[in-house]
Design a protein around this ligand. Structure first.
Ligand code: 0A1
Ligand code: ZN
Length: 876
């Protein structure tokens, strides 16, 4: 690895900025290889930073500096100092006008940070530190400035967009034109955006609660204008929802969304000009699956909600990232829950958190939701910051209640509007609005790791007293010397032996929140006639692991009787995990495998219960993923995990084939497509039945899949049938379907991304040989993150069987791809390497092979800062 290491940045070193920038006027003359950028900054000494006039430090990366002018005087090169990551300018006055000219090369910018080209369209990505790739600037979120932007471009790029309102346009010479935009709100540079291209737009409007009309525009390439309706509908729902639930009204006269094919993340909340990964905005019933429809709704909501939680009130520094992200994920989750099935949304979110965030917490990059150091901030756009951050906000909501939380958020927005603040400011507003203390609760922001609650119970028959003893602990990470007890809202209920809810107090409440805040506590419940069955952590009221030894019969009882939908599902997961653990154990001992009857009984009950919400049935019938099974194990035996799951799937399919067929046929209607929650649930349940049926590999089942594939009128059904054929049909049938699908959809980028990932994730067809072929396929592009995520990410994250092949070939392959990617796009390279960094959870040769692959990356070249941080922390 390299000799000079990237430096670590610490929260404790935060200092207010030396200089502030009141206004920022930008001028762009766009050119693929040589874009000219001129900036005029009104700079002022920040009195809060102290006395004297230190040099002005500006960030700047990969910029060609042309000139620096201070108060109209052109500085000679001796008048400033340029260094690899910026510019230092000695100054002798407290206020001045600084003008800088520089050149950049968007065409060669494959990092997709700063200004770059995507299919000929110019676009920007400035969060977190991308603005410094555009021009020299104090690129930190606590420097907020009013921006004016002029874009000059050739006439073949007629649409020229930036933040705020358009104030002027015209011709610029014979073959160019210009547009000037002015954003009335002061903002940090990370919210700056520019787009230029030959785009079409879909337009609509929204009347705000106070009666202002806002113009809504979605820009995309001509071929995609038919795929914007759902995003537009979602945007309008989000605008209304934020008014109703948070009292937040939109503040500009125009809100624009642009779809871009090359994008590192999902989308970006730039003020008034959101830029979206095409996959997170474009959809039509023929081309997008139900999950894509739902993803779009939630991401459109997420970015829109940032207008208040992120833009109007922004972060002081990047250690506070969860201030905007945790809060906004919580807001978008509630938005989706209100619009769809609340229970299913919760189950999906918890599944993601437990499978992926818990393993992040246990891995080499573990960090708290407010980290105290980083090398590269891009590496901290994590599930911990986003999803665990949202869980922490959710707990505050649980502790304060709906009304109290709203009082807190009102105060937060009022107090900090137009400011760059900290997580502490958020918690303080919540406290002050409710006159409560969240002192102990604050530890959630600084402590790393997933807390564990060990729960034991005791029933005193003679007194009728039931005791729950709760011990909390948290595994220590290498960095942390001690973990103090957290304040954990632990929602519980209890069932009697007939399956009825038991009253827990005189008011007849059947559910309560236990405030777990010590290392060990005993909670007592009086006046009980029999020992109850506890339903613990209802609704997943805290991001913790609960250990309580339920018997399989008790889990079956909870699946059938719990009134908490989340816990019904949770019991089914626990029962499945127990059954899978038994299968793994038998496999290791070389004993014959046999699946527990309770699991089959539970599934049979679900399939027969016509009154059950199909959304819940679908969730319960899904076995835990290999990744979740792995996360739950102390050490992962990948072979046994794969064998156990394959065996269980097949055994369930064979035992319940009749029920699956009946359910499939009942739901296989030909009605026209709608992405509403009920229809989505029915399609999901139907396609789960199809998948189980195909696991039997009978001709009858494969014919059903083929029929569905041939006749499907929407992408959900088409893709589900294709997945079943890919995973279970014989080679020629599978290959024909794959080829047919490609021929039909090759012009549609979003469908092809799906097609790539269906193959790379397939335990059967996603073999290394086939993955290598996919990378050579004309549809693959190493410079397009979506394609990389589909093929390489799909293989490493979701194809447990092939990626974890015992010969280590999967790890080495990923290492080679990461090495190649790092030279193109460091952010994506640092993400793709993650699956091989978790080697400590494996044993023996498997762990060694992963470590070797990682070492190969480390030794390959001078790594980017992004990749260096992940690799060095994982090897160290
Ligand atoms: N703030 C955006 C996510 C985002 C973050 C970083 C990016 O580039 C490195 C791009 C987008 C969000 O939360 O939606
Ligand atoms: Zn966000």
């Amino acid at each position: 690895m390299q000799d000079t290491q990237p430096k670590t940045i610490y929260l404790k070193d935060y200092r207010v900025p030396d200089y502030l920038v009141d206004t920022t006027d930008l001028w762009f003359e766009l050119d693929p290889k040589a874009t000219l950028v001129k900036s005029r900054l009104k700079v002022r000494r920040n009195q809060a930073a102290g006395v004297g006039l230190p040099p002005l430090l500006l960030d700047g990366v990969e910029l060609e500096l042309l000139s620096v002018t201070l108060d109209g005087i052109l500085l000679s090169p001796a008048g400033y100092r340029e260094f690899p990551e910026g510019l230092s300018i000695p100054v002798d006055r407290a206020e001045f006008l600084l003008e800088i000219q520089n050149r950049i090369n968007p065409e060669d910018n494959t990092s997709l940070e700063g200004l770059y080209l995507s299919n000929g369209m110019y676009c920007t990505q400035c969060e977190a530190e991308g603005f410094r790739k555009i021009t020299f600037y104090p690129d930190r979120p606590d420097v907020m400035s009013k921006f004016t932007t002029t874009i000059v471009a050739p006439t073949d790029h007629p649409v020229l967009l930036s933040n705020g309102n358009e104030i002027e346009r015209g011709n610029y010479g014979a073959d160019r034109q210009f547009v000037t935009w002015e954003d009335p709100f002061a903002k940090p540079a990370y919210l700056f955006a520019l787009v230029a291209g030959d785009l079409e737009q879909v337009e609509d409007s929204f009347m705000t609660v106070s009666g202002r009309t806002v113009k809504l525009q979605i820009f995309t390439e001509t071929k995609n204008v038919g795929k914007c309706d759902h995003a537009m509908r979602s945007l309008k729902s989000a605008m209304r929802w934020d008014e109703e639930v948070y009292g937040r009204e939109y503040d500009l006269d125009i809100f624009m969304v642009v779809a871009v094919d090359h994008f590192n993340m999902g989308a970006m909340e730039n003020k008034g000009l959101n830029i979206f990964n095409s996959a997170c905005v474009l959809a039509s019933p023929e081309t997008a699956t139900d999950s894509a429809f739902q993803r779009i709704e939630s991401i459109v909501g997420h970015e829109y909600f940032h207008n208040w939680s992120g833009n109007r009130v922004t972060c002081r520094d990047w250690f506070q990232l969860s201030l905007k992200e945790g809060f906004t994920v919580f807001r978008d989750a509630e938005f989706s829950a209100d619009l769809n099935s609340r229970a299913v949304k919760r189950i999906e979110d918890v599944s993601l958190l437990r499978t992926n965030q818990f393993s992040e917490d246990a891995g080499p990059m573990a960090h708290s939701i407010r980290p105290d150091s980083y090398m590269e901030i891009s590496n901290f756009y994590t599930l911990t910051i986003y999803e665990k951050g949202a869980e922490v906000v959710r707990m505050i909501h649980t502790l304060l209640g709906e009304k109290g939380f709203r009082k807190g958020s009102d105060l937060y927005f009022k107090r900090h509007d137009g400011c760059a603040v900290t997580c502490e400011d958020f918690v303080k507003a919540m406290e002050d609005a409710n006159q409560v203390s969240l002192t102990q609760f604050r530890r959630w922001y600084s402590q790393v790791g997933t807390p564990v609650l060990d729960v034991k119970d005791h029933f005193d028959e003679t007194q009728g007293v039931y005791q729950l003893t709760v011990r909390q602990s948290c595994p220590l990470s290498e960095k942390q010397e001690e973990n103090l007890p957290l304040h954990i809202p632990f929602r519980v209920g209890m069932l009697d032996s007939t399956g009825k809810e038991i009253s827990l107090n005189e008011q007849g409440l059947t559910e309560t929140i236990l405030h777990v805040n010590g290392t060990e506590q005993i909670f007592e419940f009086f006046g009980l006639k029999e020992k109850p069955l506890p339903s613990l952590l209802r609704g997943f009221s805290a991001p913790v692991k609960v250990h309580y030894s339920y018997s399989n019969e008790q889990l079956l009882f909870l699946i059938r009787n719990d009134t908490d939908t989340f816990n019904r599902w949770e019991a089914s997961q626990r029962l499945a995990l127990n059954s899978l653990a038994e299968l793994q154990e038998a496999y290791r001992k070389g004993e014959p495998l046999q699946l527990r009857s309770e699991l089959i009984d539970a599934y049979r009950g679900v399939l027969k219960d016509r009154g059950l919400d199909p959304a819940l049935s679908a969730e319960i019938l899904q076995l835990p993923s290999e990744q979740f099974v792995a996360e739950e194990s102390v050490f992962i035996d990948s072979e046994a995990t794969v064998v156990a799951l394959e065996f269980a799937r097949k055994a369930i399919a064979e035992e319940l084939a009749d029920e699956f067929i009946r359910c499939y046929c009942e739901l296989n209607s030909q009605k026209s497509y709608s992405p509403d929650a009920k229809d989505i649930a029915e399609r999901r349940l139907k396609n789960i039945c199809l998948s189980y049926l195909c696991a039997t590999e009978t001709q009858e089942a494969l014919d059903m899949a083929q029929n569905q594939f041939d006749s499907a009128s929407n992408m959900t059904d088409s893709a589900a049938a294709l997945t079943a054929l890919i995973n279970y049909a014989g080679d020629s049938q599978a290959e024909n379907s794959i080829a047919q699908f490609y021929t039909r959809w090759q012009e549609d980028a979003q469908v092809i991304e799906l097609w790539l990932s269906q193959q790379s994730c397939s335990p059967k067809r996603g073999t290394l040989k086939n993955i290598r072929a996919l990378i050579e396929h004309p549809a693959f592009e190493m410079t397009n993150p979506n394609k990389v995520r589909s093929v390489i990410g799909g293989f490493a994250n979701r194809n447990f069987k092939q990626f974890h092949k015992n010969d280590g070939s999967g790890f080495e392959f990923v290492a080679d791809q990461v090495i190649a990617l790092d030279k193109l796009n460091p952010q994506i390279a640092a993400r793709m390497v993650i699956p091989i960094t978790r080697w400590r959870k494996y044993t023996g040769a498997h762990a060694e092979e992963m470590q070797m692959a990682l070492q190969k990356v480390a030794d390959s070249h001078v790594l980017s800062k992004d990749l260096f941080e992940v690799v060095s922390k994982s090897l160290g």
